[in-house]
Design a binder for this molecule. Sequence first.
Ligand SMILES: C[S@@+](CC[C@H](N)C(=O)[O-])C[C@H]1O[C@@H](n2cnc3c(N)ncnc32)[C@H](O)[C@@H]1O
Length: 277
Amino acid sequence: MIKQLDLQHFEINQLLDAIYFRYGYDFRDYARASLERKILHRVNLSKLQNISEMSQKILHDPSFFNLFLKDMSVTVTEMFRDPYVFKKLEKTVFLQLKTYSRVNIWHVGCATGEEAYSMAILLHENDLLKHTRIYATDYNNHSLDIAKKGIYHQDKIAEYSQNYIHAGGKSKLSDYYTVQDQFVTFNPSLKEHITFANHNLMKDQVFAQMHLILCRNVLIYFNATLQNRVLKLFTESLVHRGFLVLGDKESLEFNNEKESFENIAKKERIYQHKANL
Ligand SMILES: C[S@@+](CC[C@H](N)C(=O)[O-])C[C@H]1O[C@@H](n2cnc3c(N)ncnc32)[C@H](O)[C@@H]1O
């Protein structure tokens, strides 16, 4: 007799195979506990009998699959999140960026774009923006649409202004946006330097040579296999002695790529690719 929990695992495996087979999205290497929680939550919300019913619905109803994609993508973010990271970048990494004539920066898993606009502001204040291209990517088209607009609700701005000051901002955050009807729109001069694009870490490849990659609060959703794949991708994308920044709960500690990087700021999770010998 099969146990309830084993049955659930079996159904989840079937669901993930069905999604891969039908839509090409491979969630089989996502961290299992949070994946299961999200699936069960959707089963309850949609009043389905069980996970197998969800598989059937996903196979035959692309709009239900889009709902699932939204469930899977946690887009919580903020401007100048962990301000001490931005401050450290300015004091260390930016010094090296200033030695290049052109700079490419990649924000991986940019969600609704706040992190990329924060970076553009800081680069501007360090006279680096004019020769920098920021690539900000995510696999969630809905959040990319918000990111491309650069329009955010005003109720977050007080907190963002505090973060900006703690990140070492040299002016006022309000210099970078206009306000209308409870919404702020970030200046087009920032957006000109940012390319927002769809990129799926489950399957897509390197698309440019990067001087700095920020992938914060994304790897926590992946298992070791997918983390290894993604970090290999970053190693291949970085220029000689390029930089990588992870989130505060992420590290290279148990990763295959660990030996390729030097940890140059522990608290801030900033790594630099070692010289190839
Ligand atoms: C919690 S947000 C992090 C946002 C921002 N980096 C930050 O730290 O504030 C995680 C983002 O990773 C994205 N993500 C998850 N899996 C992905 C994948 N396979 N490919 C690309 N982006 C992914 C999600 O859609 C979500 O927008």
